[in-house]
Design a binder for this molecule. Structure first.
Ligand code: HEC
Ligand code: HEC
Ligand code: HEC
Ligand code: HEC
Ligand code: HEC
Ligand code: HEC
Length: 475
């Protein structure tokens, strides 16, 4: 009887967990689908934390805000918001009055189900489920860098040290036990050593000293080897520009900004004009407010209060420049906080100091706020080396990341590759030249074509076409 009951209850328990499991799996699929749709269609204007305003409003809690209207109205809005505004729908009018003239793109092709998936994803992130649920969709952290490996090697040395000490301890213990047994056998009586006695014994102490010397030596030598090069060099930049925000979260193509890589020797840091393509409309950031973005405006003389470029900006005095941008910072502060209090005054001064610091540089004799942003150069080959980006990016078809690492996951860029001669030459030795689909080689290297056809060789490396000749890389 009891056995039967046990049997039934476990059966129901199983069934129940199966049902909840399959239901949650279904939810999960909807959220995953919604995440992808959101990223591809909405993420450029609506923030991915669902809580901060960007070009468009924060979408967290949107269903509640539309709860007074039929669900279909929300679908209609997403498919064609402008149509709804001209029809005079009250909610649509309210939104438009707050956000105009920024127009939301229409998405006429999204199905009801797809919109529901997007809403499920919005909810999931907004309610914080995105942070806590195990096995949640990856998209939420897709842009956070993998566990920081800064100090990773230091950790390794510490680990090595601990292992050595533990080993020493075990050894000391064994030896002490052996001694004890030997004494016991020889003298018939002996005293067993306590742990503190072992720890302070000559043998153990000298072993620890030995371990410190070995590990410390390894550490120093390793650092000295890297010293001459700048691998890992990560200077602070005048503007807190984040490749995670731009290249990962907002999926802006590397070459949109570094357009020189495709066609010239240099990859070039983008000019402030490129930034303005977007920051004309994103004038206040979700992270630093007016703190960082105003630096861009002050460098090229864009007045965010009037949305116009300032005439004759070059010739304005520092005080005139200061007036324009502190007014913008103050106005934005008042808009968010109601009035200008002591905190506000402090913030304005701090942000203005930040602007001056970012745009002037006494060391290079730049004491004018107007003019280009002084980005700190990270990669820098010596003058006697010739390196050409377009040869590698356009002709060879290499990804930026092959040489620069996962830049889209770097909040602050650092030098990934050693940029040593060995690094260049090693890659030339092992990388094949893409002959088949490259007209560039058709006539010049007919010989290799023929050899490949006749099965005399199976590949052609950069080395084979002269990529290791000194004068190819040295002037
Ligand atoms: C080009 C920028 C842009 C894109 C892309 C965009 N939106 Fe919007 N969205 C806006 C703006 C701006 C508003 C505010 C109303 C207005 O100005 O039209 C808005 C408003 C909304 C609202 C109403 C918010 C509220 O608080 O009631 C919803 C819902 C919405 N968008 C959903 C979406 C979805 C879903 C997508 C992707 C399929 C999307 N948006 C893509 C800019 C955008
Ligand atoms: C929105 C514009 C923008 C996009 C998109 C962008 N970058 Fe950058 N990049 C910059 C700016 C500005 C700097 C200079 C400031 C800094 O170092 O962060 C820079 C610096 C760099 C540097 C260091 C340059 C030096 O001084 O040696 C590298 C390498 C780089 N970017 C690679 C990439 C790669 C790879 C991608 C695509 C995954 C990318 N960037 C996408 C704007 C951009
Ligand atoms: C293609 C569009 C685009 C371009 C080009 C662009 N940005 Fe951005 N930028 C964005 C978006 C989107 C954000 C996120 C805004 C937010 O979260 O409030 C952003 C955020 C920022 C932020 C953080 C602001 C904050 O307070 O959160 C800084 C700083 C910034 N950009 C600097 C630059 C600089 C410098 C350039 C030019 C080298 C540049 N951006 C080019 C789209 C762009
Ligand atoms: C074969 C390796 C390689 C590839 C691929 C590569 N780079 Fe570079 N990059 C370098 C080296 C080496 C330097 C240093 C050049 C110098 O100092 O003259 C550099 C420098 C830079 C700089 C600093 C400015 C400059 O031009 O010196 C930027 C920005 C940059 N790279 C971006 C990119 C982007 C974006 C891509 C992809 C479109 C890319 N790189 C692809 C090796 C590479
Ligand atoms: C990730 C691999 C890789 C790295 C690293 C690399 N290269 Fe290259 N390099 C190539 C490839 C592939 C080609 C062949 C391009 C082609 O098809 O012409 C090439 C071609 C060249 C050429 C033209 C050779 C010729 O015969 O025309 C020069 C010069 C060159 N690289 C210089 C450098 C220098 C300098 C460095 C280091 C700072 C470097 N490369 C690092 C892959 C690399
Ligand atoms: C694929 C490109 C490449 C080729 C081929 C190449 N070099 Fe270099 N060489 C470099 C780079 C990059 C550096 C800079 C290394 C650094 O700064 O650590 C360099 C540095 C040097 C230096 C200066 C050493 C130093 O510590 O600054 C000498 C000397 C040199 N190369 C000689 C040669 C000779 C001789 C050959 C021909 C056998 C040759 N290189 C072929 C890329 C190349």
């Amino acid at each position: 009887m009891t056995l039967k009951r046990l049997y039934y209850s476990s059966f129901f328990l199983l069934l129940f967990s199966f049902l909840t499991f399959s239901l949650s799996a279904q939810d999960q699929a909807a959220i995953d689908a919604g995440a992808t749709l959101f990223k591809n269609n909405c993420g450029a204007c609506h923030s991915r934390d669902m809580k901060t305003k960007m070009t468009g409003p924060a979408l967290g809690g949107v269903e509640d805000r539309w709860a007074d209207y039929p669900r279909e109205d929300l679908y209609t809005w997403i498919r064609n918001s402008q149509g709804m505004i001209s029809d005079g729908h009250p909610k649509a009018t309210e939104l438009w009055n707050e956000w105009k003239p920024v127009v939301m793109n229409p998405f006429p092709n999204l199905t009801d189900e797809e919109i529901e998936n997007i809403l499920a994803y919005i909810n999931y992130v907004y309610t914080g489920a995105g942070q806590t649920t195990k096995g949640g969709p990856e998209v939420v952290d897709e842009c956070t860098p993998p566990a920081a490996d800064t100090g990773g090697s230091n950790m390794m040395y510490a680990f090595l040290f601990v292992i050595l000490v533990v080993l020493a301890l075990i050894l000391a213990r064994i030896i002490s036990n052996l001694n004890y047994m030997q004494e016991l056998r020889e003298k018939g009586e002996a005293e067993k050593k306590t742990l503190t006695e072992i720890l302070t014994s000559k043998g153990f102490v000298s072993f620890v000293v030995f371990a410190v010397v070995v590990v410390g030596g390894l550490f120093t030598v390793n650092n000295a080897i890297n010293l001459g090069r700048q691998q890992g060099y990560q200077p602070e930049q005048p503007i807190k520009f984040s490749h995670i925000t731009h290249a990962c979260v907002h999926k802006i193509d590397c070459q949109y900004c570094h357009d020189g890589a495709r066609r010239s020797k240099h990859s070039v840091i983008p000019a402030a004009n490129t930034c303005m393509n977007c920051h004309k409309s994103i004038k206040v950031g979700s992270k630093y407010g007016t703190g960082e973005l105003t630096k861009i405006f002050a460098s090229i003389g864009y007045d965010p209060s009037t949305d116009k470029y300032i005439e004759n900006y070059e010739n304005l005095s520092d005080d005139e420049v200061k007036k324009i941008y502190t007014k913008w910072i103050a106005d934005t502060y008042i808009q968010d906080n109601g009035s200008l209090d002591a905190d506000g005054e402090k913030l304005i001064n701090e942000q203005w100091d930040g602007i001056v610091e970012a745009l002037t540089d006494e060391e290079i004799g730049d004491n004018k706020i107007q003019g280009p942003i002084n980005w700190v150069r990270i990669h820098n080959l010596p003058d006697h080396v010739y390196f050409n980006h377009s040869q590698h990016v356009t002709v060879a078809g290499l990804e930026c990341q092959t040489c620069h690492g996962p830049v889209e996951q770097m909040e602050v860029v650092s030098q990934y590759a050693p940029l040593s001669m060995g690094w260049c030459v090693n890659c030339h030795r092992k990388t094949e030249v893409k002959f088949a689909d490259n007209k560039y080689y058709d006539n010049y290297y007919q010989l290799y074509h023929d050899q490949i056809k006749m099965h005399k060789r199976d590949k052609v490396t950069v080395d084979d076409i002269g990529g290791s000749e000194c004068q190819k890389c040295h002037y």
